[in-house]
Structures are given as C-alpha cells and as structure tokens.
Unconditional design. Structure first.
Length: 277
C-alpha cells in the first residue's frame, strides 16, 4: 500500500528533494564541460556563435527579412532570429540531455533508496542555466539595437514556463523508453532537426503567400510554434498570449496530455529500469 502511494506522488518527491535536484543540476552542467580550460563558459559561447553564423547566412547571405506583425515595420533579422532560437536551444538541449539521463546516471538508478523520478527534472534545470543567460543576451541585443523591451517582454517568463512543462512531459517518456531502446536518442535527434524547420525557427511561414492556409494551420498545431511565436510576440510584435485564446487553450490541453502520458509511461516502466541497466 505504501509502495502504491509512493508511485502516485511524483510532484511530492520533486518538492521534497528540491535541494538535491538543484545540486545535481549544477553538477550536471559542470560535468558536461569537465576537463576543458574554459569550463561552463562554453555553455554560453556555443549558442551565441550559432546565432552569429545563422545571422550571417540568412541575413547577409540570403537577404532574409523580418517584420513586426503589429506595425508592419521591418526589423533587423538578427532580432527576429534570436527571439526564436532562444526557446529552441533550451528545448533541444533539454530533450537531447533528458532522453539519455537514466542511462547516464545508471549508477543512481540502481540504488534502491534513490528517487529516480527527479533525474529528468535535473536535465530540465541544467538546460535552464544556459537559457537564462541566452534570454539576458537577447535582451541586451535588443537594447543595443534600439529596441527597448516593454512590459510585453515579461511574457517570456510565461512562455519559458510553458516550454519547461512541455519538455518535461516528453523527457519523462523518452528517457524511460531509452532504457529499453537505446536508439531512441538518435530518433529524438532526427526529430529535433525536422522540428527546427517546421516550427519554424529560420523562416516565417505566415508571410509566405505560396503556402496554403490549411498547411499553415497544420504547422501551428506544433506546440513549439506556440512557444517560439510567443517569444517573438513578447519581444517584437507586442502581442499578449491572451489575444489568441484558441491557440493558448490548445497548447495547454496538449501539454497536459503529454505530461500525463509521459509520467504514466515512466511510472509503468520504472520497476524494470534497474534490471535492464
């Protein structure tokens, strides 16, 4: 009976072990760059260099443009690109790292007294360190280019929360499956590559007249579209999430379902983790 209660109190475990989760997350990001001369600095340098490369290729090479949807005024493409890349970088890092977390920390999974429920959340928080830096970098970039963030920019907090919950549901499922199907990490990597282009991050399908309306509707069903466009609405278009309640309700319904399914898969497979690892 006690064991059954223990299985149904995932949130209780996380809250009760928050100090341990926090320490594991800090150690996780340190371990990732252990042995390198600059250490965790690389966690912040890599996304900035990636932005610069994309900016050079798309704006300077392909002459890509971006427009404020509220005013119709053209804005620097690098700002539009950075606002979309920020949430995607977090989602990509969290999903890549979280998918293999049980295999990576197999020595903890095998410990009878360790609550392995917290391991996927450790990766969520570890990825959040880099994301917070990137959000700060984005704000500074906007200010330096003469685009002062207003109160709409506070929605970045809301959309970050949305993204963390959505990613957490996925990671609980993928991390559990990876224990039994090690190729899952490669499958996730391929899906992330596809997802980067259909979200979209690099191009704006809403301004492309050659794309039929039904295709745009289908693309908007991707929950990450809600988050990426939300960041851009908060920082560029000055549009509140409440102005499209249909899409907001859809996102939360999908996220709730994914969280439920993800944690259910994790709980069902959890008794067999130690045997396989």
């Amino acid at each position: 009976m006690a064991g059954k209660k223990k299985d149904t109190s995932l949130l209780h475990h996380l809250v009760g072990s928050r100090s341990l989760v926090w320490n594991l997350a800090k150690n996780d990001i340190k371990k990732k760059f252990a042995g390198s001369y600059f250490g965790v600095v690389w966690a912040f340098v890599q996304p900035v260099i990636t932005v610069l490369l994309y900016w050079f290729v798309f704006e300077k090479g392909l002459n890509s443009k971006a427009t404020d949807l509220r005013t119709g005024i053209e804005i620097p493409f690098v700002l539009w690109l950075t606002a979309g890349l920020g949430p995607w970088f977090y989602f990509q890092e969290a999903l890549n790292g979280g998918t293999g977390v049980l295999v990576e920390y197999s020595y903890l999974v095998k410990k009878v007294v360790f609550q392995i429920d917290m391991l996927p959340v450790v990766k969520m928080i570890s990825a959040l360190f880099t994301h917070l830096f990137f959000v700060a970098f984005t704000m500074v970039l906007f200010i330096c280019m003469g685009y002062m963030p207003d109160w709409y920019a506070l929605q970045v907090i809301y959309y970050s929360f949305c993204m963390i919950l959505f990613a957490t549901g996925l990671v609980y499922a993928t991390s559990a499956v990876t224990v039994f199907f090690r190729d899952m990490k490669e499958v996730v990597g391929i899906l992330l590559q596809i997802g980067m282009w259909v979200t979209p991050i690099m191009w704006n399908f809403e301004t492309m007249v050659q794309i039929p309306g039904w295709a745009i509707t289908v693309l908007k069903l991707n929950p990450m579209y809600y988050i990426v466009s939300g960041y851009r609405n908060a920082l560029i278009n000055h549009i509140g999430f409440w102005e499209d309640m249909g899409l907001t309700v859809y996102f939360w319904v999908v996220t709730a379902v994914i969280l439920f399914l993800g944690t259910t898969v994790f709980k069902r497979l959890r008794p067999h983790f130690a045997d396989v690892l």
